[in-house]
Design a binder for this molecule. Structure first.
Ligand SMILES: N[C@@H](CCOP(=O)(O)O)C(=O)O
Length: 493
C-alpha cells in the first residue's frame, strides 16, 4: 500500500510513496503528513481468528494488511523486540480495576512508557533499511518526556544512524530527564532547550521542512527523518495494541464478540488516539474514543467546539508533563480522514498563520461522532491516584486524567479501557504527594524508595540505576542555537 499527503501534493514530490519512503523521509509537500492511501478493512472474523494469537502474531497480521514494503524477516526481527518487555507473551497487559473498567498498561518496555510499543520495532526497521541501502540518517526527536528516552534507546549505537533529541529544560520529570541525559550511545546527542515542548516540536518541523538544512546535511551524505508521531512508522505500531485490548477483554470473557467498548486515551500529540481511530475504521467495535487531557486543554476545546484556538494561550507546566502540548500533530490526520486534503490544507494554514482554525458546525458534528473529550487539573489527578491506590491500583498522573473521562463522558454502560501510557516510576514525587496528601518537595530517589517499600511496588532496575549514572549530555541551549548545534554534532561525529 502506498502513502499520500494530508495537504495534497505540490507536483514536485511523488504523488504517492511506499511505506519505506514515508518513514525514511517524512517531510511532505506543504508541511503535511503521510497517511495510508486507504486504510485496510480487516475481514469480519479477523478478531475472532486472533483470540489465541500472541501479540507478535497479531501485530504481524495487522502490518501485513497494510502491505508494507518491508521484508518479512525484518518485520519479524523488529517484533521480536517485544520479547524484552516485562512479559514477552503479553507486552501490554490489561488489568481489571472496577467491574466495567480496565487499565491497558502500555509501559512495560525498556523506558517505561507506551512509546516503546512503537519505537522499539520502528527503530529496528528504520535502521535496517538505512543499513541495507547504505544510507546515513539523522533522526530528530522532540519530546515532552516519553518519546525522547524511547527514541534514544531504540537507536542507540545503530549503524548509519545519528539521533538528536530536543527536550524542554524543566519541562519533563526528573526521571525522564535522567533517562535522556545519561544515555551514552556515541551516535546520540541530547539538547535541553530554553523553551517548552511546542518550541522543540516547532524546531523539529521547521528543520524537516527546511531545504537549506537538508542541503547542509547532504554535504555529509546524511538524510533527515524523525522519531515523533509525525512519522507514520510510529502510528502503524500504535494501531495494533487497540486490537489487543479488545481481544484481551474477549479472552477474559468480559465482552462478547461484536460488543462495543469505550477507549479512554490520555492525549497530547494525538498519536495514540489516532491509532485507535484508525483501528475503529479498520473494524474494531468501538463505541467512542474518549480523549483525556490536562489543563493544556486545547484538544477538549477543539472536540467540543470545532475551534482550535491557541491565540494568547501559554503552555502550562503540569504534573502530567508528557501532555503539556498546545500544537498537537495528529489532529491533522483525523481532519484529513474526515474532510480530505483540500480542507486539511485550509485549516492547517489558518492555524499556522493565525493560530486559530474554525471548523463548521457539520464538521464539528462529524468529529464528535468519533470523539468526546474532557480535561482535568492536577488536583483531580492527585485525588484519583490516592483513591485508586486505596483500592489497590497504583497509577501515574497521565492515567489519572482518564478517570475524569470515564466518569463524565460515558453515555452507555459499556466496558471501558483506559490507557496507562507511562509507569508511576517516572513521576514518583507527584504520586507520593498524592498518596501522602501533602506538598512536600520529595526527590525522585526518595519518593521511589518510599512508594516501592510502603506499597510493595515493582521498581525496575533501569530506573534505580539512573541515580548513579554519569550525565553524558549537559547542554541546555537557546532555541535559536538548535540548528547550529545539530550541524556541529554531525560534523564532529
Ligand atoms: N508526549 C510526547 C510528545 C511527543 O509525541 P509524539 O507521539 O509525537 O512522539 C512525549 O512524551 O515526548
Amino acid at each position: 500500500m502506498n502513502f499520500i499527503e494530508t495537504r495534497g501534493n505540490d507536483g514536485i514530490k511523488p504523488i504517492e510513496v511506499p511505506f519505506s519512503e514515508a518513514i525514511l523521509n517524512p517531510s511532505t509537500s506543504f508541511g503535511g503528513l503521510y497517511v495510508p492511501k486507504e486504510l485496510p478493512k480487516l475481514e469480519d472474523n479477523f478478531i475472532l481468528n486472533h483470540v489465541n494469537s500472541s501479540y507478535k502474531e497479531l501485530a504481524y497480521d495487522i502490518l501485513k494488511a497494510f502491505e508494507i514494503d518491508i521484508d518479512e524477516n525484518e518485520i519479524k526481527k523488529a517484533l521480536d523486540l517485544y520479547d524484552n518487555f516485562d512479559n514477552a507473551s503479553n507486552p501490554c497487559p490489561i488489568v481489571k480495576v472496577k467491574d466495567d473498567l480496565f487499565v491497558h498498561e502500555q509501559y512495560h518496555g525498556p523506558t517505561r512508557a507506551f512509546k516503546d510499543m512503537a519505537l522499539q520495532p520502528f527503530g529496528s526497521i528504520l535502521s535496517s533499511i538505512a543499513k541495507k541501502r547504505d544510507e546515513k540518517y539523522l533522526i530528530l526527536a522532540a519530546t515532552s518526556g516519553d518519546t525522547g528516552p524511547a527514541a534514544l534507546n531504540t537507536f542507540k549505537n545503530k549503524e548509519n544512524i545519528q539521533v538528536v533529541c530536543l527536550y524542554p529544560d524543566g519541562g519533563t520529570s526528573d526521571v525522564q530527564r535522567l533517562q535522556m541525559v545519561c544515555e551514552d550511545g556515541k551516535n546520540l546527542k541530547v539538547l535541553g532547550i530554553k523553551g517548552n515542548f511546542d518550541d522543540a516540536q516547532s524546531a523539529l518541523k521547521n528543520l524537516l521542512a527546511s531545504k537549506t538544512f537538508k542541503e547542509e546535511l547532504e554535504k555529509d551524505n546524511i538524510k533527515l527523518s524523525a522519531a515523533n508521531s509525525v512519522n507514520f512508522g510510529r502510528i502503524i505500531f500504535q494501531i495494533i495494541y487497540h486490537f489487543w485490548s479488545y481481544i484481551q477483554l474477549l479472552k477474559q470473557n468480559e465482552i462478547t464478540f461484536g460488543e462495543k467498548i469505550y477507549l479512554v486515551v490520555p492525549s497530547g500529540n494525538f498519536g495514540n488516539v489516532l491509532g485507535a481511530f484508525y483501528a475503529q475504521e479498520m473494524g474494531l467495535p468501538i463505541e467512542k474514543l474518549l480523549v483525556a487531557s490536562n489543563e493544556n486543554n486545547i484538544l477538549t476545546q477543539w472536540i467540543n467546539t470545532g475551534i482550535y484556538d491557541i491565540r494568547g494561550k501559554e503552555l502550562k507546566l503540569t504534573k502530567s508533563p508528557a501532555m503539556d502540548i498546545l500544537k498537537s500533530s495528529n489532529i491533522e490526520r483525523v481532519i484529513y480522514s474526515l474532510f480530505g486534503a483540500k480542507r486539511t490544507k485550509e485549516l492547517m494554514e489558518d492555524l499556522n498563520s493565525n493560530n486559530i482554525f474554525k471548523m463548521s458546525e457539520s464538521e464539528t458534528k462529524a468529529l464528535q461522532k468519533y470523539f468526546s473529550a474532557v480535561f482535568s487539573d492536577d488536583t483531580f489527578g492527585t485525588k484519583k491516584i490516592k483513591e485508586f491506590l486505596d483500592n489497590g491500583y497504583l497509577m501515574d498522573p497521565h492515567t489519572a486524567t482518564c478517570i475524569k473521562a470515564y466518569e463524565e463522558l460515558k453515555e452507555k454502560p459499556l466496558k471501558t479501557v483506559i490507557y496507562s501510557t507511562a509507569e508511576w516510576t517516572k513521576f514518583s514525587p507527584t504520586v507520593l504527594n498524592a498518596l501522602n496528601q501533602n506538598a512536600e518537595k520529595y526527590t525522585d530517589k526518595d519518593a521511589l524508595e518510599e512508594i516501592s517499600t510502603k506499597y510493595d511496588a515493582f521498581l525496575p532496575q533501569s530506573i534505580k540505576e539512573l541515580f548513579n549514572a554519569k550525565i553524558n549530555h549537559s547542554l541546555v541551549i537557546e532555541k535559536e542555537e538548535i540548528e547550529s548545534e545539530i550541524v556541529n554534532f554531525i560534523r564532529k561525529s
